[in-house]
Each structure stands twice: as structure tokens, then as C-alpha cells.
Ligand binder design. Structure first.
Ligand code: FAD
Length: 383
């Protein structure tokens, strides 16, 4: 059996490892756009803060691939898929035939049009190295800017605060995660950031960076804010041109069933790129977290090896914004719920419960991490 895996992140590498365990004779090729062996994106902020040395972010050594009989094509991209004749085309002109193909390409960072030096994105180790350089070059007292209101914006808030940088954050919605948070909860977070000394600018549309060649600030439709480094956290998108051309169905991710099979024969998807059917919630979910990507890598390998192993997980994401713990568990899109209840108070921490037919399907907890275990259990017992 010949397996080709596109994407050397946690989903793709876990799948390769699991396939090797299951079949010592399988031919496994891992095509990886990045040059680095598997590393932890979760640890990148820790590396940037100097809490761990750079080498600690790596989860595999370069020798690991050969030792496990996995052909590792690094620095190479898949540029086309021919699903009728079971092969992919590579950026170096080669073609790779497959019996089973896994797409584990994660997400592509949404970028601004036309960058100047000083603009940062935070997805890859190379991005982290770049930000490390920018922070090193920022003069004493220099301000930092952030545009975006999601998980990556939280990472920038914590990082810039760690280095004692005064900062301005602007975002398009009235508060962070406008598709998830009720206004009372969103305002609680805005107030928390302001209390920590951050200039918070909600409801502003990004217009442009300010400065020729080197960043001096950024402008929105409501004002101009000086900064020497600007972190952009406006989400990821599906880079699906070659996938659509191949006939793959997609929504916000590649659509697949609970076995992580796409609509094309012998083609699977896993990790951030997959929009999979979760029988627990009765709908397709696109989940962007480490545990989900790792568990899907494992599950998809079982299915590629011939088992029928459905995937379902009560997924959760925990982060913090300037000391305030933020946890999202289960299905937390407002549109998916029949009812959203705001719980708690400023003093004891605030949150939201997402209900469907009276049952808990998701929760967001701000400063209420002690609820995490029972909430996860209750959602898990739902089906
Ligand atoms: C800074 C940061 C902090 C995070 N912190 C947390 C956290 O605390 N907790 C948590 O749960 N999650 C966290 N996440 C999210 C988590 O890291 C992701 O959900 C996870 O890495 C997704 O893994 P993946 O394998 O699906 O995709 P990725 O890790 O994105 O890997 C996909 C790989 O495929 C490659 N690729 C793309 N297209 C092609 C192609 N055509 N050909 C070949 N290769 C291709 C990409 O270059 C990439 O290397 C964080 C993410 C970031 C960026």
C-alpha cells in the first residue's frame, strides 16, 4: 500500500507514525512545505518569551523520518491532485502516485495586502523567528499594535505585555470572537484588557499600514495608531485552488464524513483543514486546535489502513489574555445553538452555555476554569 500525506504538521506526522506502526511494509511519503521537522506551534509563544530554548519546540529530530522509513519531502508543496488517476503533482515537477492520500495542510494565514517591515504573522516557526527579530529591533518605549480579535491576537497581547510594550488593539467586531460571545461577555473581556492598560479599539476596519518601507503605525476607518511592530491575527483560510480543481468539496474546510473520507475516492482529510461530520453534534465542524489535529491524525491513519473508525471528540481550547483564563469547549458557534445562556458574574468569572434541545453542546469560560471538567463531561455524555 502506498500512502501519500500532504502536510508535515501534527495531523500529517501523527498519521504517518500511526500508519508505520500498523504496516511495517507500507510506502509512506510525507510532503511538507516547511523545511523543519515537526515542531509545536503551541510552544512558539514560550520560545518567543525566552521560557524555552528554540530547540525545545521540535517534536521530531531530522533523523526520525528515515529511521521510520518515511520519505520526507521537505520544502516541497503539492500543487495539483489528479484523483481519477491517483497521483499528486509537486512543486519540483515530480508526480507521486498513491493508493491512499491524506490532506493535512492546516490553514493559510490571512494576510494584509502589501506589507512593510514591522508586520508580523504568527503561524510558523519562521514567523516566530521573524517576530523575535522585530521585537529585538524595537526601540525602548516603542509601541506595539495588534489587529484582530481571536486566539492569535491573545498570543500577541501576552507577548507584547511580556516585553512591557504599550499597545493598541483594534478589531472589526464589537469584541473578540463576535460569532461566539454575547455582548455582555465580550464587554467583560474588553474591560479586562483596558484595565490592563491596553488601548482597545472595537468596531474598526483595517485600512492600511503607515510608514514607507518601515512600519510607523496602522490606520483604521476611525483613527491612526503609532506602533513599531504590528501583529496580525485575522484568522486562517482554506487555500483550496488545487483542491477545488480536483473536485474536492469544501466549506470552511475540506468536507469529510466521520471517517474523515472526502468526496473523492481514497482521499482523506485531517486536522485544521478538515470540516468533518461529528455525529455527536450532528453537523460538520471545523476545529483549529492541537488535540483535535493529533487525534484526527491517529483516527485517519486507522481508516486509511482499512479499519472503519469514526472520529468524535469534545474538543477544547484554553488560552489566556493578560492573565484572564479563556476556555472554549465543544460547539461554541452561536448560530448552531437554540439558546445561549450567560452565566456567572464579574466577581466569580463569566461565561456562556450553548444549548440545543435543552442539552449542553458547548461552553465558553472566562476566569471560570474550574467549570471545565464538568462541562466537558456533560457535553461528552450528550450522545
Ligand atoms: C502561535 C500558535 C499558538 C497555538 N496555541 C495553541 C494552543 O495553545 N492550544 C491548541 O490546542 N492549539 C493551539 N494552536 C493551534 C494548533 O497549533 C493547530 O490547531 C495545529 O497545529 C493544526 O495542526 P495541522 O497539522 O492540522 O496543521 P498545521 O500545523 O498548519 O500543518 C499543516 C502543514 O501543511 C503544510 N502545507 C500546506 N499546504 C501544503 C501543500 N500544498 N503541500 C505541502 N505541505 C503543505 C503547511 O506548510 C504546514 O506545515 C496554536 C497555533 C499557533 C499558530
Amino acid at each position: 500500500m502506498t500512502h501519500v500525506i500532504i502536510g508535515g504538521g501534527i495531523a500529517g506526522t501523527t498519521a504517518a507514525e500511526e500508519l508505520r506502526k500498523r504496516d511495517p511494509r507500507a510506502v509512506i511519503t510525507l510532503v511538507s512545505q516547511e523545511q523543519h521537522p515537526l515542531y509545536s506551534r503551541v510552544l512558539l509563544p514560550h520560545y518567543l518569551k525566552g521560557k524555552i530554548p528554540r530547540e525545545r519546540v521540535f517534536l521530531k529530530k531530522e533523523s526520525w523520518y528515515e529511521e521510520h522509513g518515511i520519505e520526507w519531502l521537505r520544502g516541497i508543496s503539492v500543487v495539483a491532485l489528479n484523483a481519477r488517476n491517483n497521483y499528486v503533482a509537486l512543486s519540483d515537477g515530480r508526480e507521486l502516485p498513491y493508493d491512499r492520500l491524506l490532506i493535512a495542510t492546516g490553514g493559510d494565514v490571512r494576510m494584509l495586502d502589501g506589507d512593510v517591515r514591522g508586520v508580523s504573522y504568527l503561524r510558523t516557526l519562521d514567523d516566530a523567528d521573524h517576530l523575535d527579530q522585530l521585537l529585538g529591533e524595537l526601540p525602548a518605549g516603542g509601541r506595539a499594535g495588534i489587529y484582530g480579535g481571536g486566539f492569535i491576537a491573545c498570543e500577541y497581547l501576552n507577548l507584547f505585555a511580556h516585553f512591557g510594550r504599550p499597545m493598541t488593539i483594534a478589531f472589526r467586531g464589537p469584541h473578540f470572537w463576535s460569532g461566539t460571545l454575547e455582548s455582555e461577555v465580550g464587554e467583560f473581556l474588553n474591560a479586562h484588557l483596558r484595565e490592563q492598560g491596553v488601548e482597545v479599539r472595537p468596531g474598526e476596519r483595517f485600512l492600511k499600514t503607515v510608514g514607507d518601507k518601515v512600519l510607523e503605525g496602522f490606520a483604521t476607518d476611525a483613527g491612526t495608531y503609532p506602533c513599531g511592530v504590528l501583529g496580525i491575527g485575522i484568522g486562517i483560510k482554506l487555500e483550496d485552488t488545487w483542491m477545488r480543481e480536483a473536485g474536492l468539496k469544501s466549506g470552511s474546510g475540506i468536507l469529510c464524513d466521520e471517517y474523515l473520507r472526502t468526496n473523492l475516492p481514497d482521499v482523506y482529510a485531517a486536522g485544521d483543514v478538515a470540516q468533518y461530520f461529528d455525529p455527536r453534534f450532528g453537523r460538520h465542524l471545523c476545529v483549529g486546535n492541537w488535540m483535535n489535529a493529533q487525534m484526527q491524525g491517529r483516527a485517519v491513519a486507522r481508516n486509511m489502513a482499512g479499519e472503519a473508525s469514526p472520529f468524535s471528540l469534545v474538543s477544547s481550547y484554553a488560552t489566556q489574555a493578560l492573565g484572564l483564563e479563556i476556555i472554549a469547549v465543544g460547539d461554541t458557534l452561536r448560530d448552531h445553538a437554540d439558546e445561549v445562556r450567560v452565566i456567572g458574574s464579574k466577581e466569580e468569572g463569566i461565561g456562556q452555555h450553548f444549548l440545543q434541545e435543552g442539552k449542553l453542546i458547548g461552553a465558553v469560560l472566562l476566569g471560570r476554569n474550574t467549570d471545565r471538567a464538568w462541562v466537558t463531561k456533560e457535553i461528552g455524555e450528550r450522545c
